[in-house]
Write a protein that binds this ligand. Structure first.
Ligand code: PLP
Length: 416
């Protein structure tokens, strides 16, 4: 690799065009299949592109902007903190972390919280917490984690191995060992996989990227029981399902169970990068000083925003409101399904984590929605995800379903 660097492609004269108008830059690594659009501003459930187009955002940056764009309380929290201090590292106490952790502990099963910056990091932290628990419990041999097909836990080497998606693993060998990937809903397979080296079972209560596939509550309860029987930890990945997305603060509340360890990210920062590992006191007992860390994790800016997110989500009536919005969206989508029985196979999901399983390729329907200025997100099993902000209005829900209907009509016309 010692060749001299070839001359770079000369930049085309920009002729007074803005960077956005010049089209996608090859300087950005091409690892995403991006839409050719740049958004420069957001207002609640709306995103405004550089050409002035107003888009109804039912993707929410993949379930991240849980309170929409430019929420005044989040802007106030972030700017107020920005004038004080941005970053100190975890060499010192961080006031916002202590406050946020105590509030999360108060609101959930957890006794201990670790802060990081993303979902994959939260899943890694959860995996480390589970292994470390077994290690300090006198079971250093218990390192294996049982995971499930169709999962998504992130793009780091360990989380890729955990999910076992061959498409995402290709070219990144060797795959990290220590995971046993099983089909969902197969209790016999889980029982057969549990052995002397098993440490934990890790699962998403609703597989988001996998196609908005809900794990039945009785299966989650069974996994809880089997973990208790065998001394395993139940690790839930609530990166996508958490922070009110399903109409409860966390999706496992619907099943009436609690995990030992949980990964959280996406909505918790309302758009500011933040992840967290929540654990019971027992499950966290191995995570003593020096065992794990993050330079940025839980920095004062992230903490200020996340505390403001919690102010809103923990206010009385907020989750009931999300549930009401969700059932309204569900009814509207049922009408869309009735209108297009040949195109819409089923409506699935929990709360405002909604999936529309389609007959035509989801990419085509996503593009048709984009043409109607409705932003959606694709998922596995040919499912179109609708992930509006949790504070979406009823009028916006109706507008989105009207745009989806129009998009489906156009798809039907194009294939007729
Ligand atoms: C998005 C997601 C992740 C990964 O989060 P990143 O912030 O992209 O690392 C992990 N698990 C689930 C369930 C997710 O939806």
């Amino acid at each position: 690799m010692a060749e001299s660097k070839p001359a770079k492609t000369p930049q085309v004269a920009s002729a007074g065009k803005t960077r956005a108008e010049q089209g996608p830059s090859p300087a950005v690594m091409p690892n995403y299949a991006r839409q050719d659009i740049v958004f420069e501003r957001g207002e609640g459930s709306w995103l405004i592109a550089t050409d002035g187009g107003r888009y109804l955002d039912f993707g929410s940056g993949v379930a991240v902007n849980a309170l929409g764009h430019a929420h005044p309380a989040l802007i106030a929290a972030l700017t107020e903190q920005a004038h004080k201090v941005w970053h100190t590292s975890n060499l010192y106490r961080v006031g916002g972390q202590e406050r946020l952790a105590e509030r999360l502990v108060e609101a959930t099963f957890a006794d201990r919280v670790f802060f990081c910056n993303s979902g994959a990091e939260a899943c890694e932290g959860a995996i480390k917490t589970a292994r470390r628990y077994q290690f300090v419990s006198g079971h250093p041999e218990r390192t294996e984690i049982i995971t499930f097909q169709g999962s998504f836990h992130g793009r780091t080497l360990a989380t890729l191995a955990a999910a076992g998606n061959t498409k995402y693993l290709e070219g990144f060998a060797p795959d990290m060992p220590g995971f046993v990937n099983l089909p969902t809903g197969d209790r016999a397979a889980v029982e057969a996989a549990i052995g002397p080296n098993t440490a934990a079972i890790m699962i998403e209560p609703v597989q988001g990227e996998g196609g908005v596939r809900s794990i039945p509550a009785e299966d989650l309860r069974w996994l809880r029981e089997i973990c208790d029987q065998h001394g395993l930890l139940l690790v839930l990945d609530e990166v996508q399902t958490g922070m009110g997305r399903t109409g409860k603060l966390f999706a496992h509340e619907w099943a009436g169970i609690t995990p030992d360890v949980m990964a959280v990210a996406k909505g918790i920062g309302g758009g500011f990068p933040l992840g967290a590992v929540l654990a019971t006191e027992a499950a966290a007992k191995g995570m003593t000083a020096g065992t794990h860390g993050s330079t940025f994790g839980g920095n004062p800016l992230a903490m200020a925003v996340a505390n403001a997110v919690l102010d809103i989500m923990l206010a009385p009536g907020f989750m009931e409101d999300v549930q009401a919005k969700a059932s309204r969206l569900r009814q509207e989508l049922a009408r869309v399904k009735d209108e297009f029985p040949d195109l819409v196979l089923d409506i699935r999901g929990m709360g405002l984590l909604t999936g529309v399983r389609l007959k035509p390729p989801v990419g085509d329907v996503g593009k048709a929605c984009m043409a109607e200025k409705l932003l959606t997100v694709g998922a596995g099993e040919n499912v179109l995800r609708l992930l509006p902000p949790l504070n979406v209005t009823d009028a916006e829900l109706s507008e989105a379903t009207a745009r989806l209907s129009k998009a489906l009509r156009n798809v039907a016309k194009a294939s007729a």
